[in-house]
Design a protein around this ligand. Sequence first.
Ligand SMILES: C[S@@+](CC[C@H](N)C(=O)[O-])C[C@H]1O[C@@H](n2cnc3c(N)ncnc32)[C@H](O)[C@@H]1O
Length: 263
Amino acid sequence: MSRTHRQFPASIQDVRFDRLVGTYPEQPMSYADRYDPDEDFDRWYTTATAREVVRWLRPGDPVLELGCATGLMTASLAGAGAVVTAVDHAPSYLERLRARDLPDVVAVEHDIVTIDLGARFRHVVLANVAHEVADPAALFRTAAAHLVPGGLLHVTLQNPRSIHRLVGLELGVIGDLQELSDRGKDLDTVQLLDADRLAALGRAAGLRGVHRGGIMLKPLPNDLMAALPEAVLEGFVAAAHHLPEHASMSYLVLERPTGADGG
Ligand SMILES: C[S@@+](CC[C@H](N)C(=O)[O-])C[C@H]1O[C@@H](n2cnc3c(N)ncnc32)[C@H](O)[C@@H]1O
């Protein structure tokens, strides 16, 4: 018997195949046909975020990853021994996740705001996705509802106060720090949410902050960053620990308090 079967109630497999996939409505709008998260510069955030999340994991921990795309982060979580339920609404991304053939990973095609798996997890990962939903408060409530008491929600999101945006502001490329870039609009960004706003969304969902950090310092736009040697980019990843308030991505860890429902 695999660890997946030991960790989850038997009903989760039924949920996956019968309710979630079977009744999923028509194909949602998606940028999956024009954005490859494994090739885009964003992969640096994904791998750097995975390294941060993995620090909090113990082998065997059940993890719910909301907005998993092709599974680049899922691979790191599974590599750390986590038992992962990975959710996305893009079928072509999920196909690539399944092709990775990762141990103890279940792929679920569903909307991440409305999903209700009827199971709870030690960790929920919400990496670089909350900016794409119309109702982030509902997304945080969904994430919190899937946590065991004492469980942790890991959230990352583009930081409006990233160094490259401050430079863009001073150069007149953007008019204010909340302004969406053309690339952001093309990739379904609805709004930018800073770390304070993410923490407030967490509080409204009943979660308390336990850690606030940052993912990668990025002084330049992606195409200029991509021209730098990998060793230098690794330096920008490591240096984010010194300047999290101006990192490219905010990283928050929020806890579902124990005791609220018998935990
Ligand atoms: C920018 S990618 C981030 C992927 C991954 N979490 C990472 O950090 O590399 C956002 C992912 O969330 C998915 N997504 C966005 N909105 C969604 C929704 N409402 N329901 C399900 N998946 C969604 C997209 O299809 C995409 O795969």
